[in-house]
Ligand binder design. Structure first.
Ligand SMILES: [Fe+2]
Ligand SMILES: [Fe+2]
Length: 268
């Protein structure tokens, strides 16, 4: 089974909030989706871990769904702090089985993998939070026996990335409790995230954590203890492809996609 993991498109139909967002992101995403769709053997599931739009407008999501249309894979998505939950839910309610209640959360079992979409977003906040209601939902789901791999999708990485700026706007509530909940399951549980715009892999509370990079802009590796937003760097872009084998091996493969240079109007 193959899982594609992409994140942080910051797609916009009108104007982006930030000049960091490359203006041709729609064309860039079209190119990346074409690469995912053409990959052989076919990718079974595509997981999108938030900040899929830059401002969360309904027309941003309409454009997003249009750009994702070439995918034959099952698409799973969770919101990030740049998304608007209401419009996000409306845009994906035809393909995602959201629970009742405010958080945009759900469970999907596909092949041997159980996906838990976990909403870490708070209204008007850039940081992530797992309130007692969301933690209780995770605890209940993990208590249900499942023989295969469990993958949690969440925008904010649960641990420290080392990038101080992003750690300051990381998961600010419920982290210790969340770690306590997943620790007994670490061997058969992994976590996919976004938010820091830099591909990163970590072990946290016994679980493997992967953060997908962003095609909208990529941040430099700055591990110094200073809360300055890392500079944007022009480095090759890759999304992740995970392979889950019948023996339970979970492999991570960066899949590079050549993108047009930033600001080249002829390529968008
Ligand atoms: Fe982002
Ligand atoms: Fe984010």
């Amino acid at each position: 089974m193959l899982i594609g993991h992409l994140s942080d498109f910051h797609l916009f139909a009108g104007k982006p909030d930030s000049p960091l967002i490359r203006p041709d992101i729609a064309g860039v995403l079209r190119r990346i989706v074409a690469d995912v769709a053409a990959f052989e053997p076919a990718i079974d599931v595509v997981a999108l871990t938030g900040d899929l739009t830059d401002g969360g407008a309904a027309e941003d999501y309409a454009l997003l769904r249009e750009l994702l249309a070439p995918l034959s894979a099952r698409v799973l998505a969770i919101p990030g702090n740049h998304d608007l939950r209401g419009n996000f839910r409306a845009a994906f309610s035809d393909i995602l089985p959201f629970d009742e209640g405010e958080p945009a959360q759900y469970e999907v079992i596909h092949g041997s993998v159980r996906f838990l979409g976990l909403d870490t977003v708070v209204e008007n906040g850039v940081e992530g939070r797992l309130c007692p209601v969301r933690l209780a939902w995770v605890e209940k789901k993990l208590a249900e026996p499942f023989a295969g791999q469990t993958t949690i999708l969440m925008h904010h990485p649960p641990g420290e990335s080392g990038l101080t700026f992003f750690d300051n706007i990381g998961l600010r509530e419920g982290r210790e409790e969340f770690g306590r909940l997943i620790a007994p399951h670490g061997g058969k549980l992994n976590i996919m995230c976004g938010h820091i715009h830099r591909p990163t892999q970590a072990m946290w509370s016994g679980a493997f954590v992967a953060v997908a990079g962003s095609p909208a802009f990529q941040t430099d590796l700055d591990l110094r203890l200073r809360a300055v937003e890392p500079t944007v760097v022009d480095v090759p872009y890759a999304y992740f492809i995970y392979q889950v084998t019948e023996t339970g091996c979970f492999s991570v493969h960066p899949r590079y996609v050549t993108l047009p240079e930033r600001g080249d109007p002829g390529q968008s």
